[in-house]
Design a protein around this ligand. Structure first.
Ligand SMILES: Nc1ncnc2c1ncn2[C@@H]1O[C@H](COP(=O)(O)OP(=O)(O)OP(=O)(O)O)[C@@H](O)[C@H]1O
Ligand SMILES: [Mg+2]
Length: 177
């Protein structure tokens, strides 16, 4: 038996009533992520996973057009001070195929790795990953749930909560500033 106390996990839910709210969420996420972080994105087709990746890349100031090598169409790289890797696991057979495509190198490259349909390959993803699920509640309404199962990832979630709550307050309080 491991002597370590199991980490209870944390969860934060962010309601997004429009695509621009998802961009605000992505901008906050970009401030919290550190080189080497992995973000698992889940949610049905059209939920907004790609929009969220684009929001993070834009907020980090990375190139707006990802580099995609012809043999590597499921992995895109937004180049910047910290490179951002965008993986779409939807068409991957399984985690072995991800590894065959260079998944291990990408996870170890010191960039930030955002993975759509991550649950298809979660057996090879690190425990420290952040988990984000987008649920479609209406045409433009999404619930974005963030969770973490390690202390390190939980720190990111708490900081994200703080940033989003502060920015919601300052936009609400703008008349008094
Ligand atoms: N609140 C919202 N947040 C994000 N996207 C939204 C929102 N409201 C509407 N949308 C629309 O939902 C769609 C999301 O598309 P996107 O390609 O990001 O989905 P996806 O989750 O990546 O799907 P796929 O699994 O097919 O890759 C876009 O057309 C976007 O304009
Ligand atoms: Mg997508």
């Amino acid at each position: 038996m491991p002597s370590e106390t199991p980490f209870p996990g944390v969860r934060y839910e962010f309601p997004s009533a429009s695509e621009s709210e998802t961009y605000r969420f992505g901008a906050a996420l970009a401030r919290v992520l550190q080189p080497g972080d992995v973000v698992c994105l889940n949610g049905r087709l059209g939920a907004g996973k790609t929009r969220l990746v684009q929001a993070v890349a834009a907020a980090m100031g990375n190139d707006s057009q990802p580099v995609t090598s012809p043999t590597f169409t499921l992995i895109h790289e937004y180049v910047g001070d910290v490179d951002l890797f965008h993986v779409d696991a939807y068409r991957l057979r399984d985690s072995d195929e991800f590894l065959e495509l260079g998944g291990e190198e990408i996870l170890a490259a010191g960039g930030i790795c955002l993975i759509e349909w991550a649950n298809r390959i979660d057996d090879v993803l690190p425990r420290d990953a952040l988990h984000i699920t987008l649920d479609v509640l209406g045409e433009n309404v999404r619930e974005i749930s963030v969770s973490a199962t390690t202390g390190k990832a939980a720190g990111r979630v708490e900081r994200l909560r703080q940033i989003l709550e502060e920015s919601a307050q300052s936009s609400g309080d703008s008349a008094s500033d």
